[in-house]
Design a binder for this molecule. Structure first.
Ligand code: PLP
Length: 442
């Protein structure tokens, strides 16, 4: 392994200029400077396979993969070739393209949840479309969302419920209710408090916690009993837990499911899939009030469609979830063993499912410790491993695991030194990472 990476000079210069041009200095809050240690790559130049490079020429093993948008690897040949071929066939037509038909038919065959499908470009397009459909179908206004899951949409129905809700009329907030994962009685209470008023229940089918005591099936049954639409957001869990969605592993099927992020290996595409009787409200062949489901200039732009088709077919061919679970298990076991060896197992933890784990620095009793986490991540970065979160792709193999374990030893030793010094805050440069959803910047 080469020596520590210390030079981010050009990145700092461009980052400063970015803030004068773009609010937040980036187009995604989770890519902003408040989400990373000061000593980290500021601006990226390119990426390939499991690696990425910054504008200072530093090379990193990339566990972040954008916002988890890659499943096969950066520049994956089968996807890029399909995209290049499609560009020469035209990228946006005046009537539906043949690829729209082919992809829709493929998805309806592949995904048990999909009686019909509708395409978007971002995850928020399809979660918002799912909420609108649920409201139109049930004639109800309230939406209950899992408070243990951090993000469902950039749109007002969700952002109204966060502390970062400036610019959203107060009344939006009243329709957004929260419930806890694995708490079926709590959800029943919510239905009892708002009888006949809750249109939709939205959650990720699984995040970091195991569904306990048949939770997913009980949730399914409760929604059916109460006449609410069950929406599983498979943006992160889709493909990784199971190609068809995590719910398919547990054999509990929602009314509507939403997919995005890695489904097209980084190209812009998202998918709403679900029950025909609900989805058809957005169609032309019924006598009910018309529902403006999704209609975007770029929804059927063919590059995203070609990328999705190629990604899904390749993921089917290589049995992607077998890979994500396998590499993830080695990573999880390795992190736990190393943390024990370095005597920091109560401070550097790896949580979640093997196919989608998360490393967290915590206090001794398990509470997230942002300062310690920043210090740890700063050290990982200096040893060439970018790991703000973990995205396992088909390009991550044993070589990448070995690199990660080497860096982890440094990261864990730094954690131990920082704790022993009694001054964790001085163990890294700049400020600790902050939550995106906060009321004020400082
Ligand atoms: C679970 C989940 N749902 C929805 C979204 C929104 O997706 P997008 O950013 O593509 O609009 C995200 C994005 O991070 C997400 O993590």
């Amino acid at each position: 392994m080469p020596g520590p990476i210390t030079d981010f000079t050009k990145g700092y210069e461009i980052q400063n200029k970015l803030h004068t041009l773009i609010p937040g200095g980036s187009h995604t809050y989770s890519k902003g400077e408040d989400q990373f240690p000061r000593r980290s790559p500021q601006v990226m130049s390119h990426a390939d396979g499991a690696y990425c490079w910054d504008v200072d020429g530093n090379k990193f093993l990339d566990w972040a993969m954008g916002n988890r948008v890659i499943i096969l690897g950066h520049n994956y040949p089968a996807v890029n070739e399909a995209v290049k071929k499609q560009i020469d066939l035209g990228i946006n037509f005046t009537r539906p393209g043949i690829l729209e038909y082919e992809l829709a038919e493929y998805l309806v065959d592949l995904f048990p949840v999909a009686e019909m499908v509708k395409f978007g470009k971002n995850g928020s397009d399809v979660t918002t479309a799912a909420i609108k459909l649920a409201r139109a179908f049930t004639g109800r206004d309230y939406v209950a969302m899992c408070s243990d899951h951090p993000f469902f949409s950039i749109h007002d129905w969700f952002i109204a419920s966060t502390p970062m809700n400036a610019g959203i009329p107060e009344e939006h907030r009243k329709y957004s209710l929260g419930f806890r994962y694995n708490d079926i009685e709590g959800l029943q209470r919510l239905f009892d408090e708002h009888p006949g008023k809750i249109a939709a229940i939205i959650l990720e089918p699984v995040k970091n916690e195991e569904p306990k005591d048949d939770y997913l099936q009980k949730l399914r049954d409760l929604c059916t009993k109460e006449g609410a639409i069950l929406i599983f957001d498979e943006m992160i869990s889709g493909l990784r837990f199971d190609l068809r969605g995590a719910h398919h592993l547990w054999k509990v099927y929602p009314d509507l499911a939403t997919y995005g992020k890695c489904i097209s290996n980084g190209f812009s595409f998202s998918l709403l899939a679900g029950r025909r009787d609900i989805m058809e409200l957005g169609g032309l062949h019924h006598d009910k009030p018309r529902t403006f489901l999704l209609s975007q200039t770029h929804s059927s732009e063919t590059v995203g469609l070609a990328a999705a088709m190629a990604t899904l077919k390749e993921c089917e061919r290589v049995d992607i979830s077998k890979h994500t679970w396998g590499i993830g298990k080695k990573l999880v076991d390795g992190v736990r063993a190393l943390a024990k060896e370095e005597g920091v197992e109560n401070f550097v933890r790896i949580i979640g499912f093997d196919c989608n784990p998360q490393i967290l620095c915590t206090t001794e009793n398990g509470v997230y410790y942002p300062e310690l986490h920043t210090s740890f991540h700063e050290e990982m970065i200096s040893w060439g491993v970018l790991i703000p979160w973990i995205t396992i792709t088909y390009s991550h193999g044993d070589r990448e695991l070995d690199m990660t374990f080497d860096a982890l030893r440094h990261g864990m030793r730094k954690v131990r030194r920082a704790l022993e010094s009694g001054d964790v805050n001085s163990s890294f440069e700049g400020e600790a990472v902050k939550p995106v959803f906060r009321k004020f910047n400082r």
